[in-house]
Design a binder for this molecule. Structure first.
Ligand code: MN
Length: 411
């Protein structure tokens, strides 16, 4: 059976709290893609636009539908990675991607990050992708439920993205389709704001995909619209695929509504490279050197070189360790995040990264600085506030440990 995309809908909306829109789409049957960019300033928009442009140039000719999608994603990743290395203003930019290819009687899906693909069939919504996110890791481990994931404060942390590494692992699947099936790609601005049950209901009760898309955007905004909201949908019908090429039945609509909040309350994007001035006092006083894990040498503030020992695991660790926090139009790589804790000797340590261990025992942090202060010297009533693994920027983590070393918090 041959299927074609009978109705194609693209809707994107900045939401209620962001002034910009870092989501980008490509919809030109039989290929559909959605990217949710992240990065300081306008870097996120650049990253997601590269994905759209890559798909616009067309898929590689060779391979299965899944392979062709994955290779297009790989190409986009290479371009984003290279540009973020070379162009200072785009340093650290990244993006998710979810792409679909309607291939005769099935749909191939490729995914990196926490945008999603769904199949809506016979009134039921089924998720086709798996999120590369911290909360998904926790759900998979059985530590939290799907519903708890929706409310989790770290739900925007993704564990895989295009940009941080020269090669990205792309997940792909193929699902058989039937006439009448609706495939939907969406950014987390939809699924973080409204429950999948609500998405299913909107699709079930709408008389057209266009009406469904409008309703989904309205409901995500009504729920707070904390992020850019984007949906790409098509309905598969029996027919010659050639007849569906480039005939979306609804125009690409972008809402330019003013954001509900002024720009100046959005958190500013944080610097991508650690500020050297913040480390200077420690370095001078104690001949301080950052501790570098075995097998890994470090030079400069950004470039990492993996030694022989670390090489085997370096790819995996780097893939998992470069994690983005999406928030208020800015983001941080985990390498710009710090927290205080204690080591096996009970000494207070500044760790770089996030206070989590991924499945397989891979820590998302490394020792950054070992203080000379035993945790036991901190008054018990202060200990909780200091060693609660609260994530801090480098400046405040070092300031705090400085105060501890100078005895300013001992009484
Ligand atoms: Mn988003």
């Amino acid at each position: 059976m041959m299927l074609r995309a009978a109705e194609t809908i693209v809707r994107t909306d900045p939401g209620r709290q962001r002034s910009g829109n870092e989501d980008a789409t490509f919809a030109h049957a039989p290929v559909f893609a959605l990217a949710d960019g992240m990065g300081g300033a306008q870097a996120g928009e650049v990253a997601s636009a590269i994905v759209a442009q890559t798909f616009e140039r067309g898929l590689p000719a060779e391979g299965t539908a899944e392979e062709r999608l994955a290779e297009a994603v790989q190409q986009a990743n290479r371009e984003i990675h290279e540009r973020q290395l070379v162009e200072h203003e785009h340093a650290g930019m990244g993006t998710t991607v979810t792409a679909a290819y309607l291939d005769q009687d099935s749909v191939a899906i490729a995914n990196v990050g926490d945008s999603r693909g769904y199949l809506f069939r016979d009134g039921e919504l089924k998720r086709l992708t798996n999120d590369h996110s911290l909360v998904q890791e926790l759900v998979t481990k059985g530590e939290i439920t799907d519903d708890e994931a929706l409310e989790h404060p770290q739900r925007s942390i993704i564990t895989r993205a295009l940009g941080p590494e020269p090669i990205v692992e792309v997940d792909t699947w193929s699902y058989p389709l039937r006439p009448g099936d609706v495939v939907m790609l969406c950014s987390d601005g939809l699924t973080d704001m409204i429950h999948e049950r609500q998405v299913q209901q909107a699709l079930a009760e709408s008389t057209s995909l266009s009406a469904a898309a409008d309703r989904l955007i309205d409901e995500a905004n009504a729920a707070g619209g904390r992020d850019n909201i984007t949906v790409v949908m098509f309905r598969a019908e029996q027919g010659d695929p050639a007849s569906s090429v480039d005939q979306p039945t609804s125009a690409y609509e972008v809402s330019f509504d003013e954001p509900a909040f002024p720009d100046d309350i959005r958190p500013a994007a944080l610097p991508v490279t650690p500020a050297p001035s913040l480390r200077a006092p420690l370095a001078r006083r104690q001949g301080w050197k950052p501790k570098v894990p075995k097998g890994m040498t470090q030079s400069g503030t950004q470039q990492r070189h993996f030694g022989r020992l670390g090489k085997a695991v370096a790819g995996t660790v780097a893939l998992l360790a470069v994690v983005f926090i999406v928030g208020g139009g800015g983001y941080l790589a985990t390498r710009q995040l710090y927290f205080l804790g204690t080591n096996g000797q009970g000494t207070i340590v500044v760790y770089r990264g996030l206070p989590y261990v991924l499945p397989g025992g891979i820590p998302m942090y490394e020792t950054f600085y070992v203080s000379g202060v035993p945790a036991s010297t901190i008054p018990a009533d202060r200990r909780g506030n200091i060693l609660n693994h609260a994530v801090r920027d480098q400046g405040s983590a070092i300031k705090l440990v400085n105060q501890l070393e100078l005895g300013q918090i001992t009484r």
